[in-house]
Design a protein around this ligand. Structure first.
Ligand code: F6R
Length: 257
């Protein structure tokens, strides 16, 4: 794992955007893995700026979303497909038909999940997966006790996550109980992962992710087994890391720096 602790969310956005820019410049039809939630918003804004001011193009890129609420009406503003349309697709030139998301409204959700996995494989897999992390250590919506090999499926949110996400709804009662999410095994197949964590409420999850034992109790710890992952944290989110100064030393003296 490469651990990069930077002062602000904007610093993280620029560093993460460099990764995406390098990829789409070398491979214009790259497959992006998109997360929703607040953590990637500065990154999407920065990519939008690079598109508008520097001509960075996503015209041939393809994308898959990580997850979706079950049961929200297709036009609900918090349905993740609509969040991504608003926060990313509308800022760049990606073709909306090339952006796929799991269905939270299919009659047969299990069959739709299997189709989603097939579509990801047919696209050649995700080249770069953007991730946030939940305060309980979830990635996508793989909550504690998710199988480390899990695939795309319907599952149940913890009360903690529903409380955390209530800020996007009128009340916690409006936060769906169920979601469709890529599994931990699915996410582990992406070729590169960029995880973004900002704010003090992520400090415990980040410390577990980087320094804890691999355990379904903190699902993000499965990422310790990934070959090519960078964890970007701001100072508040990185505050509980025991080896912080060592990670900083490694980053500043990395061979390519
Ligand atoms: C959203 C997702 C979630 C969020 C996590 C953190 O697509 O997959 O795992 O990344 O809940 O959410 P924020 O960034 O809002 O703190």
């Amino acid at each position: 794992m490469e651990i990069v602790v930077l002062p602000t969310a904007e610093d993280i956005a620029r560093a993460a955007a460099d990764r995406i820019e390098n990829l789409v410049k070398s491979r214009p039809d790259a497959v992006l893995g998109l997360a929703t939630g607040s953590s990637p918003l500065p990154l999407y804004k920065e990519l939008g700026r690079r598109h508008a001011e520097e001509g960075l193009s996503f015209a041939q890129a393809r994308a898959f979303l990580l997850d979706e609420y079950v049961g929200l009406a297709p036009d609900h503003p918090e349905a993740y497909r609509n969040v991504i349309r608003r926060e990313f697709v509308s800022l760049v030139d990606i073709n909306e038909d090339s952006v796929k998301s799991p269905s939270g409204t299919a009659d047969d959700i299990t069959a739709a999940c299997a189709e989603y996995e097939k579509a990801m494989q047919a696209a050649g897999g995700v080249d770069i997966q953007i991730l946030g992390i939940g305060t309980d250590g979830h990635i996508a919506f793989n909550e504690p006790a998710s199988a480390l090999t899990s695939r795309t499926r319907i599952t149940t949110l913890t009360e903690q996550t529903r409380e955390d996400n209530a800020r996007f709804f009128d009340s916690i009662d409006d936060v769906p109980m169920h979601v469709v999410t890529q599994g931990l095994g699915t996410i582990m197949e992406s070729k590169e992962i960029v995880l973004i964590a900002t704010g003090a409420n992520k400090a415990e999850a980040v410390a577990q992710l980087v320094e804890g034992p691999v355990s379904a109790f903190w699902p993000a710890t499965v990422l310790q087994n990934h070959q090519h992952i960078t964890v970007f944290a701001d100072e508040a989110a990185g505050a509980d890391l025991k080896l912080l100064s060592y990670y900083d030393h490694m980053y500043r003296n990395r061979p390519e720096a």
